[in-house]
Design a protein around this ligand. Structure first.
Ligand code: ADP
Ligand code: MG
Length: 528
C-alpha cells in the first residue's frame, strides 16, 4: 500500500482524495497509478470493490487540463449503473480541479445528453451501445481522445458488447493510452487486448475478502443416485448441530426425510403440503434440537428464522441464484460460522457456474468424503461425547460392571466395542430408494431483443455445449458488495421477477453489483 502523496499527483487532486477520506492507496491503485501516469497501456485484473475507479481516474484527472474543451478521455462500462457510479466517483475526485465529466447511457433521454455534451466535458463515461448512438449522430467525436479505459471489460464482453467496443476503439486515434480493467482474463479479453493495446503492462491483485463471509461454501460433484450416500457421509463426518437439507420437490423432501430416519438420523421434512399444525410441530422439534436435520423445500423454508443452523446442504441445486443465496443464508447468522454444501450432478455443472457468476462468488469444489472419513468423523464425535460424560461424572452406578469387565478383557477392546454400539452401525442403504430428480438446466440468455444483437462471448450464448458459463467467471471475493454474504440477503428480498435474468438480458441496464431483485426499473431496452 502506498500513500497517495507518493504518486506526484497535483495538490488539487490530493485534496479531493483527502476530502473523500482515502487514507492510503489500495493495492490496485498502488500498482496502476504510476503506470497510468507514464502513459503506457495497461491491463489490470482486480475484483469488484478494490478501488479501480480511482486507479484509472486519478491519473486521468491529474493529466487533463482544466481549460481543455475536447473529449480527451473515454471510459466504457458495461451498464448504466456502473456508468453512473464511475461518473460520480470521477466527479468527486475532480471536484477541486474542476474537470468536467459526463455519463452517457441507454435509457436516458438522448436530448438531455446532447445538451449536457454542449458543456464540453473532457471525460465521457458511457455504455458502448449509447456511445455508438451518439457517435453515429455525430454528437460525440472521438478524434481527440487520448486515453481510453475499458472498465469491467469481462462484463462488457459477457453482455455482448465485443463488436461495439471494437467499432468504438477503431474511431479513437491510434496514438492513445488504453487501460483495460477486468476481474477475469478469459480468452476473449486477451483477444481484445492484443487487438487494441500496445505492449501493455500487466497488473493483478490477488482477490481478498474485504470482510470474510462467515459461510464456508463448497460443492461436491456427485451423480444423482449417489447423493444420499454423500449426504450420509457428510452428516457423519461433520455431525452438524442443526442442518437444513434442501430438496427440490415435496416428494423429494418426504422421501429424503424418511430415508434419513431409516438410517438413524433425527430428521424430519417440511413442505407446503403439511398442515399448519404439522409444520409447527416440525419447527418446534427443530428449534429445540430434538431433530437435527430438517429437510425442506424452498417454499417451506421461506421466512424460516432459526438461529443456530450450522449447516445447509443443497441436496438439489436451486433453479435461481437468488434461492441459492437465500438457502445458504439460513446459516452463518448472527456472527456465527456456517457451512453450505451443494450437490451438483455432472450435468448441472453449468448451472453451478451460472450461480457463481450471478452471486459473484467462486464456490470451491470439495471431494466426496470417503467412508473412512465418515467413520472417523462419527468416532470423533462419539469420543467427544464420552469425554463429556466423564467430565459430568455421575458414573458410580456403571463403575462396578466396568471394573468386572476390565478384569476379564482388554481395555482398548472394551472401549472400541462400546464406541461401536454408540456409533450406531447404520445399515448401508440397499433399502433406501429416492426417486431421481431431473438435472437443472442452466438458464440461458435470451437473444437481445433490443437490436437483434445476439449474446456473444463466453457467457450465455445459445449453444447447448455447456461452454457457456465459464469457470473463471466465478471470481470470489467482492466482499459485501457481491451481495451474497451475510447482511446482503435483504437485497434478495424480492424474488418475484427472476431479477438476474431480466437484468442480464437488458444489456445497458443491468444492476451490477447486488443483483438484486428489488428496486428494478421498468425495462427500457437499455442502451438503445
Ligand atoms: P471497483 O471499481 O474496483 O469495484 P470502486 O472504484 O467502485 O471499486 O471503489 C469501491 C469503493 O471504495 C468506493 O466507494 C470508493 O470510493 C472506495 N475507495 C476507493 N479507493 C479507496 C481508498 N484508497 N481508500 C478508501 N476507499 C477507497
Ligand atoms: Mg468499478
Amino acid at each position: 500500500m502506498k500513500n497517495f502523496a507518493d504518486f506526484g499527483l497535483e495538490p488539487r487532486v490530493l485534496q479531493a482524495i483527502t476530502e473523500l477520506g482515502f487514507e492510503e492507496a489500495t493495492p490496485i491503485q498502488s500498482q496502476s497509478i504510476p503506470i497510468a501516469l507514464t502513459g503506457k497501456d495497461m491491463i489490470g485484473q482486480a475484483q469488484t470493490g478494490t478501488g479501480k475507479t480511482a486507479a484509472f481516474g486519478l491519473p486521468l484527472i491529474h493529466k487533463i487540463a482544466k481549460e481543455e474543451e475536447r473529449i480527451v478521455a473515454l471510459i466504457m462500462t458495461p451498464t448504466r449503473e456502473l456508468a453512473i457510479q464511475v461518473a460520480e466517483e470521477i466527479g468527486k475526485l475532480s471536484r477541486f480541479k474542476g474537470i468536467r465529466s459526463l455519463a452517457i447511457y441507454g435509457g436516458q433521454d438522448i436530448g438531455r445528453q446532447i445538451r449536457a455534451l454542449k458543456k464540453k466535458p473532457q471525460i465521457i463515461i458511457g455504455t458502448p451501445g449509447r456511445l455508438l448512438d451518439h457517435i453515429n449522430r455525430k454528437t460525440i467525436r472521438l478524434d481527440d481522445v487520448q486515453t481510453v479505459v475499458l472498465d469491467e471489460a469481462d462484463e462488457m464482453l459477457d453482455m455482448g458488447f465485443m463488436e461495439d467496443i471494437q467499432s468504438i476503439l477503431k474511431l479513437v486515434p491510434e496514438e492513445r493510452q488504453t487501460l483495460l480493467f477486468s476481474a477475469t482474463m478469459p480468452a476473449n479479453i486477451q483477444k481484445l487486448a492484443s487487438q487494441f493495446l500496445k505492449d501493455p503492462e500487466h497488473v493483478s491483485v490477488i482477490p481478498k475478502h474485504v470482510s470474510a463471509p462467515l459461510i464456508d461454501q463448497a460443492y461436491i460433484e456427485v451423480p444423482e443416485r449417489q447423493k444420499f450416500e454423500a449426504l450420509s457421509r457428510l452428516l457423519d463426518m461433520e455431525s452438524p448441530e442443526l442442518a437444513i437439507v434442501f430438496g427440490r420437490t415435496k416428494r423429494r423432501v418426504d422421501e429424503l426425510a424418511e430415508a434419513l430416519q431409516k438410517r438413524g438420523y433425527s430428521a424430519d421434512g417440511l413442505h407446503g403440503d403439511l398442515s399448519q399444525h404439522q409444520r409447527d410441530t416440525v419447527m418446534r422439534k427443530f428449534r429445540d434440537g430434538s431433530i437435527d436435520v430438517l429437510v425442506a423445500t424452498d417454499v417451506a423454508a421461506r421466512g424460516l428464522d432459526v438461529s443456530g443452523v450450522t449447516h445447509v446442504v443443497n441436496f438439489d441445486l436451486p433453479q435461481d441464484p437468488e434461492s441459492y443465496v437465500h438457502r445458504i443464508g439460513r446459516t452463518g447468522r448472527a456472527g456465527k460460522e456456517g457451512t453450505a454444501w451443494s450437490f451438483v450432478t455432472p450435468r448441472e455443472m453449468d448451472h453451478l457456474y451460472f450461480i457463481e457468476r450471478v452471486t459473484r462468488h467462486r464456490i470451491p469444489r470439495k471431494p466426496l468424503p470417503t467412508i473412512a472419513e465418515a467413520i472417523e468423523g462419527k468416532q470423533r464425535i462419539i469420543a467427544e461425547r464420552v469425554l463429556e460424560i466423564i467430565e459430568q461424572g455421575e458414573l458410580t452406578e456403571y463403575k462396578g460392571l466396568a471394573i468386572q469387565l476390565l478384569e476379564q478383557y482388554d481395555s482398548v477392546q472394551l472401549l472400541a466395542a462400546a464406541m461401536k454400539i454408540l456409533t450406531g452401525d447404520k445399515k448401508e442403504g440397499s433399502d433406501i430408494h429416492l426417486t431421481p430428480e431431473d438435472p437443472i438446466r442452466a438458464k440461458r440468455r435470451k437473444p437481445d431483443i433490443r437490436s437483434g444483437r445476439k449474446p456473444s462471448g463466453g457467457y450465455g450464448g445459445r449453444s447447448n455445449s455447456g461452454g457457456g458459463y465459464r469457470r473463471e467467471g466465478g471470481s470470489g471475493s467482492g466482499g459485501n458488495r457481491g451481495g451474497y454474504s451475510k447482511g446482503g440477503s435483504s437485497s434478495y428480498g424480492n424474488r418475484d421477477g427472476g431479477g438476474y435474468n431480466r437484468d442480464r438480458n437488458n444489456s445497458g441496464d443491468r444492476k451490477p453489483r447486488s443483483y438484486s431483485g428489488g428496486e428494478r426499473r421498468p425495462n427500457r431496452g437499455g442502451d438503445e
